[in-house]
Design a protein around this ligand. Structure first.
Ligand code: FDA
Length: 411
């Protein structure tokens, strides 16, 4: 039987950060992962360049970028370990990076740079590694046994530890090692796991191919997409992309975090133009055809998309009509079909394509300063396994770094 001060399950973003910090503070740390490679999600993230943080987090209330039963839970950890702090760490290791869009920071070269930094930091903390190593059982020990937990592993024997950190992430992309193990451990120790569903995920629609939308696959444009009503309403100005299966692109991934099964989403295909107003004002005395008028009023709208929207909304008969002859009622309905296109997704492309998991270990049962369970001393949850889901744009990694730092400092 072997002994370590802190055992961490999951060598992803949060687990490596916690291991490095705890190790550098003098704790003996064992970091276990069932995969052969560590940090696989970091490697595939951001198109291979890892969008490792977002500078927007350092100005104002960070909780607005997160979805959780209690979004305010994230505030202390993100205030203690900021986007600037992670940038400083990369600079120390001479990793170069750039800002791409809305505060998103990416590596200039490769996401492997981030993995190398975390590996080096773990080495500086003398962290022990075991890959290809699964955890079979976790037992709670008596207080007088000198350790709190006993862990049976598949390839590294039995280990005892004072602190056990669960950093196994969420369910997205099972092909690279995602499992629900963290949720099982949480339940074993009496924790609540909130409802789980794919997040930051493409949306699918029942009659997509039948209605001919798949023929528009590849069409992309900036839109405003929104979901929810009243206080729960949420909107994003980003690009969307038509695919063979439905809608994707940053706008759709963002809104998917807020969309609930059975609800509709609204897409404003020309967010910079109030089409109803422009169509009604411009028609007076015009000899132009309606379809020509629309391409002039909304020049960003691809013609193929406009034509298909016309057909789908049954406006095709009016396309060649003289603009001035089209009634205000038809113009109003046409404008609404483009400024507030309302569609009901039938579902999502699931965990295979999701970037994150919505829901997780309920945060009310976790200490927001240390990430320690309020139900079991010495047990910690960090990163995505918790009911904390960030927006697209580097927010999820910053949560992994910050929660990993909080636990690493606390053990
Ligand atoms: P993470 O998933 O990183 O690590 C979990 C580790 O636990 C893995 O190494 C896994 O093998 C291991 N594990 C799982 N079950 C186990 C078990 N039973 N036993 C032992 N080990 C086990 N975010 C962002 O901010 N910017 C971005 O650019 C992107 N891009 C992106 C692209 C794609 C394609 C995906 C799928 C995701 C992103 N993300 C992202 C999200 C981001 O990758 C994610 O939120 C973090 O990796 C979460 O970090 P964790 O450490 O919590 O889990």
């Amino acid at each position: 039987m072997s002994q370590t001060h802190t055992l961490i399950i999951g060598a992803g973003a949060a687990g490596m950060m916690a291991a490095a910090v705890a190790g550098q503070r003098g704790a003996s740390v064992l970091l276990i992962d069932h995969s052969s490679k560590i940090g696989e999600k970091i490697r595939i993230s951001g198109g291979g360049r890892c969008n490792f943080t977002n500078v927007a987090l350092d100005g104002g209330d960070a909780s607005k970028y997160f979805i959780s039963q209690n979004p305010r839970f994230v505030r202390p950890a993100l205030a203690h370990y900021t986007a600037k702090d992670f940038v400083q760490l990369l600079k120390m290791h001479r990793v170069t990076f750039h800002e791409k869009h809305k505060g998103q920071l990416f590596c200039d070269d490769s996401a492997n740079d981030v993995i190398d930094v975390l590996r080096a930091e773990c080495a500086a903390g003398k962290v022990e590694w075991r890959t290809n190593c699964a955890v079979k059982n976790i037992r709670l020990l008596n207080e007088d046994s000198g350790a709190r937990f006993e862990v049976d592993t598949s390839t590294a024997g039995v280990w005892r530890c004072q602190n056990l950190i669960i950093a196994t992430g969420g369910l997205s992309v099972p092909a690279i090692g995602a499992t629900g193990f963290g949720y099982e451990v949480a339940r074993q120790f009496g924790h609540t796991v909130t409802e789980l569903s794919p997040g930051l995920v493409p949306l699918t629609f029942g009659n997509w191919a039948q209605d001919g939308w798949n023929a528009l696959a590849g069409v992309a444009l900036p839109v405003r997409v929104s979901a929810g009503e009243g206080k729960k309403a949420m909107a994003f100005d980003e690009d969307f992309l038509i695919s063979h299966k439905g809608l994707t692109g940053p706008a759709i991934l963002q809104i998917s975090n807020y969309w609930q099964q059975g609800e509709s989403i609204r897409v404003n295909l020309c967010p910079d133009v109030d089409l109803e107003k422009a169509l009604r004002q411009g028609k007076v005395g015009s000899r132009m055809q309606l379809d020509t008028a629309l391409t002039q009023l909304a020049p960003n709208l691809p013609k193929r998309l406009l034509q298909h929207s016309f057909e789908q909304a049954a406006f095709a008969p009016y396309a060649k009509h003289k603009w001035a002859d089209v009634s205000d009622k038809v113009l109003r309905e046409l404008a609404a079909s483009l400024n507030a296109w309302t569609l009901k997704p039938s579902g999502t492309e699931g965990y295979k394509k999701a970037e994150v998991t919505r829901g997780g270990v309920a945060v009310k049962e976790i200490n927001n300063q240390t990430m320690e369970s309020r139900l079991q001393k010495g047990l910690y949850f960090i990163g995505e396994v918790m009911d904390v889901t960030g927006w697209l744009g580097g927010y999820n990694f910053q949560w992994a770094w910050a929660s990993g730092m909080a636990a690493g400092m606390a053990v």
